[in-house]
Ligand binder design. Structure first.
Ligand code: GP9
Ligand code: MN
Length: 431
């Protein structure tokens, strides 16, 4: 009921992180590209294999002086995988402890998501993905989130060409080329989310696109990963070249993120080989959850930012740069650029990482050394961790209450116009 949102607003309010005055509004009015790098993990940035850089384009971008790159940024997804990442990035709400929030609540719930907020500020908003519209219930959830356009499979003339398909669907290079045609027609400023898919398990790729040897861990579910990741990097390189050639680059902010791991915890021996370690600990596995997060804009003061954070923190960070005031919004993350950013990264199962401590699969470690904590020798750690756990548990359960109770229907931030799903139609014949 309406009163259930009260304690949650109080919790959010007591963890407000103010904008960073040096960055606030630096990207105001720019086009925004949010490029979803499927299953891409941070360890692949700068990784060398088969005598070459696996991801030369992304690695160069990572080190570019106009890119703010995060090297302690974690995925926080649960069973909802891609859909959890999308939910966090555009709502700063967590996915659910099981299932997918987009699937189970995306059609019916009230949201105050990034596309709706930005379109009320004059942006055109569009999501691009070469798969069927119903996957993860995007076709419904995106209406609730206020996307003006959703370009899904039927919009892509090449989607059914067998030469252009592999694994999960359209190959990224083709997908991005076709996407570019639509992007060129969007009224500016726009917010465009572009969801790649080739670097998705089972990491299949046609022979002609295999331009790097597979890994040699001997683990079949892992070894192709480097080939599809390499292909994804080339696809990104081509897209970036197009952005520059089209001139869009000059008035855009480009945001990149990896949505979740590509190599799951079930592959310890293979992970040990890839990381060149005799064996992997749970602390290593926690760090293996790092995914790329980069914000690039011509003129932006970049560099490697070591702040600890995750997908839940993206929305307040982008709104800071875009100069969008979001103090009244229900966000469970905090601005990565804020001096008051909360450096606690909850995982969906209640584990966490902070600059000091890691809890992973119910073991505790010091983040900086990877050593396991002996609480009898460090009672202070025990106290500190109890406080962290409390924050983690409250954040996750409050976010779950917001979603399962549809609590945002009882609370409309000042200045926000409620989304009416009926205003949207993503049917190709009618748009
Ligand atoms: C398919 C897709 C994959 O449309 O985005 O989702 P995932 O399996 O990674 O959750
Ligand atoms: Mn995914």
């Amino acid at each position: 009921s309406a009163k259930d949102i009260k304690p949650i607003l109080k919790f959010i309010d007591s963890h407000q992180a103010p904008d960073n005055v040096q960055y606030f509004g630096k990207a105001k009015g720019k086009n925004v590209f949010v490029i979803h790098l499927e299953s891409l993990q941070q360890f692949m940035i700068g990784y060398k294999w088969d005598g070459q850089e696996v991801m030369p384009n992304l690695t160069k971008f990572y080190h570019d002086q106009s890119t703010m790159s995060f090297d302690n940024f974690y995925n926080q997804v649960g069973q909802g995988k891609t859909s959890d990442a999308e939910t966090m990035l555009e709502n700063s709400l967590y996915g659910l402890p099981s299932g997918s929030a987009m699937v189970n609540y995306g059609t019916s719930n009230t949201f105050q998501a990034a596309p709706a907020i930005l379109s009320q500020q004059g942006y055109t908003t569009a999501s691009f993905h070469g798969d069927v519209a119903s996957f993860w219930n995007r076709d419904n959830a995106y209406k609730s989130w206020g996307y003006d356009y959703f370009f899904s499979k039927p919009f892509y003339k090449d989607a059914d060409n067998p030469n252009y398909n592999v694994g999960y669907g359209m190959k990224d290079k083709i997908f991005l080329q076709d996407t570019a045609q639509y992007i060129q027609q969007l009224p500016q400023p726009f917010y465009a989310k572009v969801i790649t898919v080739t670097n998705h398990y089972p990491y299949d790729l046609d022979k002609q696109n295999q331009t790097i040897k597979p890994f040699n861990t001997g683990d079949n579910t892992v070894d192709g990963y480097v080939q599809t990741a390499h292909y994804l990097d080339q696809a990104f390189g081509e897209f970036l070249a197009w952005l520059k050639a089209s001139g869009l680059y000059n008035n855009s902010m480009i945001v990149l993120y990896g949505d979740h791991y590509g190599i799951s915890d079930n592959h310890r021996p293979a992970i040990a080989k890839l990381l060149n370690k005799p064996e992997v600990t749970n602390a290593d596995l926690a760090n293996f959850q790092k995914v790329p997060f980069m914000i690039h804009m011509p003129g932006l003061k970049g560099g490697i930012n070591h702040t600890y954070g995750g997908e839940i923190d993206v929305l307040p960070t982008l709104f800071d740069l875009l100069g969008v005031k979001d103090d009244n919004y229900v966000q469970f993350g905090t601005d990565l650029l804020s001096p008051k950013h909360i450096s606690i990264v909850p995982f969906r199962d209640g584990d966490f990482v902070t600059p000091q401590y890691i809890k992973y699969q119910n073991q505790y470690f010091y983040t900086q050394t990877g050593k396991q904590i002996d609480f009898s020798k460090d009672p202070a750690a025990k106290q500190a961790i109890a406080k962290i756990q409390d924050y983690v548990d409250t954040s996750l359960s409050d976010s779950d209450k917001v979603i399962t109770g549809d609590l945002l229907r009882f609370y409309t931030p000042a200045g926000f116009k409620k989304v009416n799903r009926k205003d949207y139609n993503y049917n190709p014949a009618k748009t």
